[in-house]
Design a protein. Structure first.
Length: 279
């Protein structure tokens, strides 16, 4: 079984196949079955494990699982224990980073989003920041964009410095993973809660032409955008989805939970697509 956190990924053909899952929002460590999904808590629990099972049943080889934040909806060690147990049982190397819900609890969840009280929580020590994973042909850089007690995010000066140092010292094609989006997705309410210093971040990483891909969670929707020669992928939640291009908070009840595949080829090219939970 791979050690946690993984720092080196070695594959038979050099290509790295990544399964990205994000925004699990688990509120319980008790597994739910398909016939016990009458509540949102049970839906999130069931769909997380169903997505892992479905994704890993595909013919594609999975070399690395990246979980890009909001693992929980309640910051409780037992829930993280359960998530890590599920991931460890796959036998596949994995890494996890924090989202806003990993450092913030909400009270009054029955109230509208903007009326809820936010309570700062300490991040689980297993969630990574400034973590480097290398393969034969690629480097993958993990950042923690969460702010304790806040919905919006920020990439700290220390983390920006670390990213720039890594990119300057290694010419391999690079992928950055973080939770908060750093390009607007044209939904006013969620764009108010993106990484607040995104423009500064882009200015610092602009010199590095070998930065190829950035992946994020937080938006609960699938989008692909391009900026400064970088492809930026937003990935659906493994639970509920947000309606795209809406200025006010709204669920998208037509779309099922999803996940993203990324294939990092030996020549620096990237293929990526989203799949949805079948049942």
């Amino acid at each position: 079984m791979p050690s946690y956190p993984v720092s080196i990924v070695s594959t038979p053909d050099g290509q790295v196949n990544i399964l990205q899952i994000t925004d699990l929002h688990l509120s319980s460590h008790v597994p739910s079955s398909a016939d016990e999904i009458s509540s949102e808590v049970a839906v999130c629990q069931y769909s997380f494990e169903a997505i892992i099972k479905q994704a890993l049943s595909k013919e594609i080889r999975c070399d690395l699982i990246i979980v890009t934040g909001d693992l929980v909806n309640k910051v409780e060690p037992a829930i993280y224990d359960h998530i890590f147990t599920v991931l460890q049982k796959t036998g596949i190397a994995f890494v996890c980073i924090a989202g806003n819900h990993d450092v913030t609890d909400e009270t009054d969840e029955d109230l509208p989003f903007y009326q809820r009280k936010l309570i700062a929580r300490a991040a689980d020590p297993r969630l990574l920041s400034c973590h480097l994973i290398e393969s034969e042909h690629w480097q993958m850089l993990l950042l923690d964009s969460s702010i304790t007690g806040k919905v919006e995010g920020k990439i700290t000066a220390t983390d920006i410095g670390w990213v720039c140092e890594q990119l300057a010292s290694c010419a391999k094609p690079a992928l950055i993973a973080l939770h908060h989006h750093i390009l607007p997705v044209d939904s006013e309410w969620i764009d108010n809660h993106m990484a607040e210093n995104a423009e500064e971040f882009w200015q610092h990483i602009a010199p590095f032409a070998h930065l190829s891909v950035i992946i994020n969670g937080h938006t609960h929707q699938e989008q692909t955008r391009h900026h400064q020669g970088v492809t930026v992928y937003s990935t659906p939640s493994t639970c509920y989805q947000f309606k795209p291009f809406e200025d006010n908070f709204a669920y998208d009840k037509k779309l099922r939970p999803g996940y993203r595949w990324l294939q990092l080829a030996n020549n620096g090219k990237v293929a990526s697509w989203v799949e949805r939970l079948d049942t």
